[in-house]
Design a protein. Structure first.
Length: 353
């Protein structure tokens, strides 16, 4: 439906709104695809090439500022965070047309929360020690804990902040038009799948720390892995590069969920965010058997299975129960060409389903 929204009569009936899609705004759709697509392809590729061609010699420390040593691990984690924030913002801005401000404030709280959660998880279920809890530079950050604690924070923050009138939008599917609160699940779909790019890049930090490797291998495959990732030769043996397996598979997951998922006709708001938990649960369950026995923890299997189960349950509920308790799903959003994103009075289209 190619129509100039400036000419749309605000008394248009709801039946005319049904069927409208964010993907009908071709200009913004292509902007979103090009900018985020280039980021998703070129940034992980650049990190891979840097590790393979430049950082071949083992050196945990990238540089020092006085007595402060900055590790490659921290640099890759930081780049991953920034990349996830960037592509989330582009999706909110160019595709969903919802305010980015609540996400800015969430980042200020979410980044330290994720680091804290990752450390707590590693101490509780991993191999980090409670006695050295604050020794973050020594490694021992489990992404699962960061995700869980940050999700809990998001479940409180977004429903709270989105109640403010400045973040509400006009609903043209009703007559007379009403001002409505943007759904929290719109932010779930924009933000949660983007976590994958943070994990894609962050895993190369594990590589520089000689972490996240599997069982010993030999033969021609071991020679190939050692040539590609020389840091995988540890104490005379070459090990499975689990960091690389997970990073590569998450790259495919990001493409499928973050991009391809937008084109699924029957999806509902929240599905893309919930799909992340299914993907990550399956991924971790698949890779855990490749770990060395001393780095295998039963609770890791349990939590990975919970990721999978929770994701499936949420999607099933989203299609059978939850949608009945909300009048609208944030389906499709588009901005009046006479307005800018700085205007509080944005235009939001809903599809009641």
């Amino acid at each position: 439906m190619d129509r100039d929204l400036a000419q749309i009569n605000i008394n248009e009936t709801e039946s005319n709104v049904i069927g409208f899609s964010i993907l009908d705004d071709h200009h913004s759709t292509w902007n979103w695809l090009i900018v985020t697509g280039l980021t998703v392809i070129l940034l992980p590729l650049s990190i891979f090439l840097i590790n393979v061609l430049v950082l071949r010699n083992y050196n945990v420390i990238a540089f020092s500022i006085g007595e402060l040593d900055v590790a490659w691990y921290g640099i890759f984690i930081f780049i991953g965070f920034m990349a996830a924030i960037f592509i989330s913002c582009i999706k909110m801005w160019k595709l969903y047309k919802i305010s980015i401000d609540p996400f800015y404030w969430f980042c200020l709280m979410g980044i330290p929360t994720a680091i804290l959660g990752a450390r707590l998880w590693s101490c509780a279920l991993g191999d980090a020690s409670w006695s050295n809890f604050w020794a973050f530079r020594d490694g021992g950050l489990a992404i699962e804990g960061g995700v869980v604690l940050t999700v809990l924070l998001a479940c409180w923050w977004f429903p709270f902040i989105l109640k403010y009138p400045k973040y509400q939008v006009r609903d043209f599917s009703t007559k007379p038009n009403k001002v409505r609160q943007v759904s929290f699940l719109a932010y779930v779909d924009a933000i949660v799948p983007a976590i994958l790019i943070g994990q894609i890049i962050g895993r190369y930090g594990n590589y520089q720390n000689e972490e996240l490797y599997g069982r010993a291998i030999d033969g021609s495959y071991a020679n190939f892995i050692e040539h590609l990732f020389p840091l995988m030769r540890i104490d005379g043996s070459v090990y499975q590069p689990l960091f690389f397996y997970e990073s590569t598979l998450n790259w495919w997951g990001l493409i499928l969920i973050f991009f391809v998922g937008e084109f699924i006709p029957k999806k509902k708001i929240g599905d893309l965010g919930f799909a992340y938990f299914i993907w990550y649960g399956i991924l971790r369950l698949s890779l855990e058997p490749l770990r060395q026995s001393q780095f295998t923890f039963i609770l890791t299997y349990v939590m990975s299975a919970l990721y999978l189960v929770v994701g499936i349950v949420l999607i099933v509920l989203n299609h059978t129960v939850l949608y009945r308790f909300r009048k609208y799903s944030l389906v499709q959003t588009i901005k009046n060409k006479k307005m800018t994103l700085k205007n509080d009075d944005q235009i939001l289209y809903y599809l009641g389903r």
